[in-house]
Design a protein around this ligand. Structure first.
Ligand code: NZQ
Ligand code: ZN
Length: 379
């Protein structure tokens, strides 16, 4: 087991009506608020009105930046940061899924930095301070509500990339499972896939951490047990709650303690597909995970076997991969490129982008010669 430090500073407010605690919490940080949200789901559900009530109750001055798109782009982050800087805001309230909250986390370090957010992603700058972020989560998937990471796209350079810094933990995150009732079936499924993928990326990382392995199995079992039911009962509070908590735990650090690092090779493949075709994040992972396992199975046979034993009660490596693929199918998430209308005509473009993005993991190394095989497994 490796040395590790645990310090997760996010205060998590979980359960029914926790949004009612937002106003007083925001007031502790200041009066001038930048409210960030997406393309409009928050207005349809009434959550927007509830948030405004909370903010007006404490006499906050509210400035809005809306229209953050799924697979968020750096241009929005820079524009929102410019607005926040001009209005000298004290606190950011982000209401949405991973795309909105990730954007808010990067806005928070960009405002004081007076430069483009991409400079952080391109390793040209390091954040030195951050405006406090309050996150109101509306989609269970990414774990961004309790971690220091964000993923952005740079459309011009065709790049989708992650960045993390301890300054980027949300100060408070408000998770009311009822706020996820309206997430459509497909995005609900992508969220379940994403949380499974996060647990697996941790599991396949470097280092021996048996208790962290067991936490991984538990998180995935929760998703296996309740994910398919949730797809049939989208407004079931308890099912939404179980999946929401599982998604938070899948990427808040608890699955990684005692390891050198996570793996993240499959996410790097997924980002290639998202940046080229704007595919939802979870949908790229259900396609990429089984393919990646088929590619690397001879390098990590014991790890796949241990996973299979714990999740699917099998010693067979191939059966384990089959069962994982079957689970993604059961969740109605795509497992082949052709299901998202990417045919042989697209394969070379994907391979070229993999080369450009230097697709790889931290532990199990891929070479450029591997990419065509990987694409053939995804086809
Ligand atoms: O824009 P609006 O109108 O809000 O609609 C969104 C969007 O169309 C909709 N939605 C969200 N909450 C809803 C809702 N619709 C109805 N009711 C609600 N309650 O769902 C769509 C997808 O939203 P998005 O935020 O893009 O989804 P998700 O939470 O899956 O976030 C995906 C992004 O997070 C990144 C991904 O790469 C992707 O860019 N990730 C971030 C990570 C992190 N920060 O740790 C780790 C992950 O691996 C992931 O890479
Ligand atoms: Zn993910």
């Amino acid at each position: 087991m490796e040395n590790f430090i645990v310090h997760n500073p996010t205060v998590l407010h979980f359960g029914r009506d926790v949004v009612n605690e937002l106003g007083n919490t925001v007031a502790k940080y200041g009066k001038r608020v930048l409210l960030v949200y997406g393309k409009g789901s928050v207005k349809q559900t009434g959550l927007y009105q509830q948030i405004l009530q909370q903010l007006t109750k404490v006499k906050a001055e509210v400035y809005e930046y809306s229209g953050i798109k799924p697979n968020p782009v750096v241009e929005d982050v820079d524009a929102a940061a410019a607005l926040g800087r001009a209005k000298a805001i004290d606190v950011i309230v982000a209401v949405g899924g991973g795309s909105v909250i990730d954007s808010a986390k990067v806005i928070s370090i960009t405002i004081p930095a007076y430069q483009s957010a991409w400079d952080f992603f391109a390793q040209k700058a390091k954040p030195t301070s951050a405006i406090p972020v309050m996150a109101v989560l509306t989609l269970a998937a990414t774990g961004t509500e309790m971690n220091p990471f964000a993923v952005l796209q740079n459309v011009r350079s065709k790049n989708k990339q992650g960045f993390g810094n301890p300054l980027m933990y949300p100060r408070h995150s408000f998770l009311d499972p009822s706020n996820t009732f309206s997430v459509p079936k497909n995005y609900t499924a992508y969220g379940v896939v994403d949380l499974i993928a996060h647990a697996l990326e941790s599991y396949f990382g470097k280092g021996d951490a048996s208790l962290s392995d067991k936490i991984v199995f538990s998180v995935i079992k929760e998703a296996m047990e309740y994910g398919p039911d949730l797809l049939k009962n989208l407004r079931d509070y308890d099912l939404r709650a179980r999946i929401m908590y599982a998604a938070t735990l899948a990427l808040n650090g608890i699955t990684i303690n005692g390891r050198v690092s996570g793996e993240w090779g499959v996410h790097s493949i997924g980002h290639v597909i998202s940046v080229l075709y704007d595919t939802p994040h979870g949908a790229t992972l259900s396609i990429a995970y089984p393919a990646w396992l088929k590619l690397v199975k001879d390098q990590i046979p014991e790890r796949i076997q241990l996973l299979g034993k714990n999740l699917f009660n099998t010693d067979s490596i191939d059966k384990t991969i089959e069962k994982l693929e079957a689970l993604f199918k059961k969740l109605e998430s795509p497992v082949r490129l052709k299901e998202i209308k990417l045919t042989t005509n697209h394969h070379q473009q994907i391979i070229d982008q993999m080369i450009k993005s230097k697709v790889n993991g931290a532990n199990i190394r891929l070479t450029e010669e591997d990419y065509p095989r990987l694409v053939s497994f995804m086809a």
